[in-house]
Design a protein around this ligand. Structure first.
Ligand SMILES: NC(=O)c1ccc[n+]([C@@H]2O[C@H](COP(=O)([O-])OP(=O)(O)OC[C@H]3O[C@@H](n4cnc5c(N)ncnc54)[C@H](O)[C@@H]3O)[C@@H](O)[C@H]2O)c1
Length: 259
């Protein structure tokens, strides 16, 4: 078993500082989003938490204390999406880091997949990220600094039976981020994607031991990843140390695919 990762106090805390930076994190009430919020906050960022589920975010913001703010928004609601960046900028003056992390699945075999299942997944996982990035880069361009990080998936890279909508949304995010990266590279804005493999979250907690064992035969490291493994890379990509990295997809999957 590989060791469990924690924030390395001598490493992460000295490097990848984000003091005074404002980070908007979507899906902040979820397993990975919460860990991203905690990690960026620990590195000195002012975190703007957004999700459609208010309660877990309020709890998290209370625990974090200062420099954590809650913005409830449903990413299927176009008014919510269109107003979110404005609201965050009105309250916190700017957005330096946008983490497009919110996501959901509606799995079905291709032939049985309904228009609604297709559309919902594309709307939340891809279109909302497009609109938020489009709104956030205005201010980033003026300040000549920005970090946009999109949560893709190993499934967006390799496909998976029963997940055509999810895979299309995640592959779409990777492609979209590469285009945006090229358009804003000269303005001090980097745009990257992260493609997690199987990460231990409430989503994977529901798997049976049998399912987990079968799944882990595909992972050379023989273990599920932790949300912290993802959050560490978000902190790095958001930092000044990752200045020269743009248009990339960072695969975090215990060796499940090697590309
Ligand atoms: N857990 C994994 O193994 C794994 C693997 C690869 C990629 N990912 C991706 O990582 C991201 C985070 O996943 P997670 O494991 O933390 O899942 P999660 O379900 O714990 O968190 C997702 C969050 O998105 C929010 N959300 C969903 N629909 C929304 C909407 N319409 N409006 C606003 N918020 C909405 C949910 O409320 C939830 O808090 C997702 O994009 C997911 O696709 C996860």
């Amino acid at each position: 078993m590989p060791p469990k990762n924690k924030i390395n106090k001598k490493g992460l805390n000295i490097m990848f500082r984000l003091d005074g930076k404002v980070a908007l994190i979507t899906g902040a009430a979820g397993g990975i989003g919460e860990k991203i919020a905690r990690t960026l906050h620990a590195q000195g960022a002012i975190v703007a938490l957004t999700d459609m589920r208010a309660e877990p975010m309020e709890k998290l913001a209370q625990e974090l204390g200062s420099n954590a703010h809650v913005f409830v928004a449903n990413l299927t609601n176009s008014d919510d999406v269109n107003n979110l960046v404005k609201e965050v900028e009105a309250k916190l003056e700017k957005i330096d880091i946008l983490v497009n992390n919110a996501g959901l699945t509606r799995d079905n075999l291709f032939m049985r997949m309904s228009d609604e299942e297709w559309q919902l997944v594309l709307d939340v996982n891809l279109t909302a990220g497009f609109k938020l990035a489009r709104a956030a880069i205005r201010g980033m361009m003026k300040r000549r600094f920005g970090r946009i990080i999109g949560m893709a998936s190993v499934v967006g890279v390799m496909g998976n039976a029963g997940q055509a909508n999810y895979s299309a949304s995640k592959a779409g995010m990777i492609g979209m981020n590469k285009c945006l990266a090229q358009e804003v590279a000269s303005r001090g804005i980097t745009v990257n994607s992260i493609a997690p493999g199987f990460i231990r979250t409430p989503m994977t907690d529901v798997l049976t031991e049998e399912q987990k064992t079968a799944l882990l035969t595909r992972v050379p490291m023989g273990a599920l990843g932790e949300s912290q493994d993802i959050a560490n890379v978000v902190a790095f990509l958001a930092s000044d140390e990752a200045n020269y990295i743009t248009g990339q997809t960072i695969n975090i999957n215990g060796g499940m695919i090697m590309i």
